[in-house]
Design a protein around this ligand. Structure first.
Ligand SMILES: NC(=O)c1ccc[n+]([C@@H]2O[C@H](COP(=O)([O-])OP(=O)(O)OC[C@H]3O[C@@H](n4cnc5c(N)ncnc54)[C@H](OP(=O)(O)O)[C@@H]3O)[C@@H](O)[C@H]2O)c1
Length: 309
């Protein structure tokens, strides 16, 4: 007989990744709950979103990361908590972590990360605490002894890939293309719906308990040179390449004000420092998502680029 599926609470289920998490949770037959802010319940622009979640089978609970009582009530009803609030709210998870610690009943917590491994990035001092905040939450979760999985999915396909990593463009170039560095450092892109499916799939899996779940799916790891070559083969045309050196990129980052420079900083991190791929993911405290779940399908970069033709 199949083991009973954990009850899952999604915080941020009305968000970009969160709604995929909620749907994936239902898809994998988890009783699914969402913590929704009171203002969001009364926001007419969000009512359709909420109705869709509720019609699909998600139990909506009213509350927020700032409301301790709502967190206590919500955490009581579930076995697993997945948080998908946006990056600038990452430190707001501290109260939730305290509530989870006090409850003592949560079997897995997935904090809001869903990007590069904050313990591996090599851009400290230049990312406006983007990664150090996520690392701080990791340390707190570990110190409190809360069972966790940290999800390190690298870039979403909706981030930078729609322009073939050309800041300022919304579509891939068909004439001139900028390549940062020598173009040989590899980065990783994964579609949000796939990140959500692998994340939910792993919640009841003892192999990912207290581990970092990394994403480097075959077909989704590309250097800028390889990306351009792939795009050229699809449009049947060679592009004019303009190379921007590391020094030039660093200068551009300095000259551009925050937050407009964040895209350049992420490009520097991934495609010059190699922060998504420079390290081995076969260690004892990590797990490789696509190796663990070969039965799960995902969209490759080539398939994604086909949708942009
Ligand atoms: N890898 C990448 O390329 C990439 C790109 C973007 C984001 N990310 C990561 O993905 C994660 C989720 O970001 P996102 O952009 O998907 O977020 P998002 O779309 O902005 O959604 C945030 C969600 O959090 C909810 N929320 C906000 N404040 C809350 C509070 N106080 N209490 C409870 N819920 C609250 C929002 O609800 P309301 O509807 O009430 O506002 C919304 O549902 C973050 O960790 C971010 O760093 C990764």
């Amino acid at each position: 007989m199949e083991k009973k599926k954990s009850r899952v609470l999604i915080i941020g289920a009305t968000g970009n990744l969160g709604h995929h998490l909620a749907n994936a949770s239902l898809h994998f037959s988890h009783p699914t709950f969402a913590l929704v802010r009171p203002d969001t319940f009364s926001d007419p622009r969000k009512s359709q979103n909420l109705r869709a979640l509720s019609d699909a089978g998600v139990t909506l609970l009213q509350g927020s990361l700032e409301d301790e009582e709502s967190l206590v009530e919500a955490v009581k009803q579930v076995d697993v908590v997945v948080c998908a609030v946006q990056a600038k709210q990452v430190l707001h998870q501290k109260l939730l972590i305290q509530v989870i610690k006090n409850a003592g009943s949560i079997k897995r917590f997935v904090p809001s990360e869903f990007g590069l491994d904050p313990d591996k990035t090599q851009i400290s001092g230049m990312d406006y605490n983007f990664y150090s905040n996520k690392a701080e939450i990791r340390r707190l979760v570990e110190a409190q002894g809360i069972p966790y999985t940290f999800v390190s999915c690298n870039f979403y396909t909706s981030y930078l890939l729609p322009s073939l990593v050309q800041p300022g463009l919304n579509v891939p170039p068909r004439g001139k293309v900028t390549i940062f560095g020598d173009g040989n450092t590899k980065g990783v892109f994964v579609k949000e719906i796939d990140v959500a499916a692998f994340t939910i799939r792993t919640l009841d899996d003892p192999r990912t308990l207290n581990k970092v779940l990394y994403f480097r799916p075959p077909g989704n790891v590309y250097s800028l040179n390889e990306l351009v070559e792939l795009w050229e083969s699809k449009i049947g045309k060679k592009l004019e390449k303009v190379f921007v050196s590391e020094e030039e990129l660093l200068k551009k980052i300095k000259e551009t004000s925050y937050p407009d420079n964040m895209a350049l900083i992420f490009i520097y991190s991934a495609f010059i420092k190699g922060d998504q791929t420079y390290f081995d993911i076969e260690s004892a405290d990590s797990a490789d998502a696509t190796k663990l779940y070969p039965e799960l399908n995902y969209t490759t970069i080539s398939q994604y680029l086909d949708t942009l033709l």
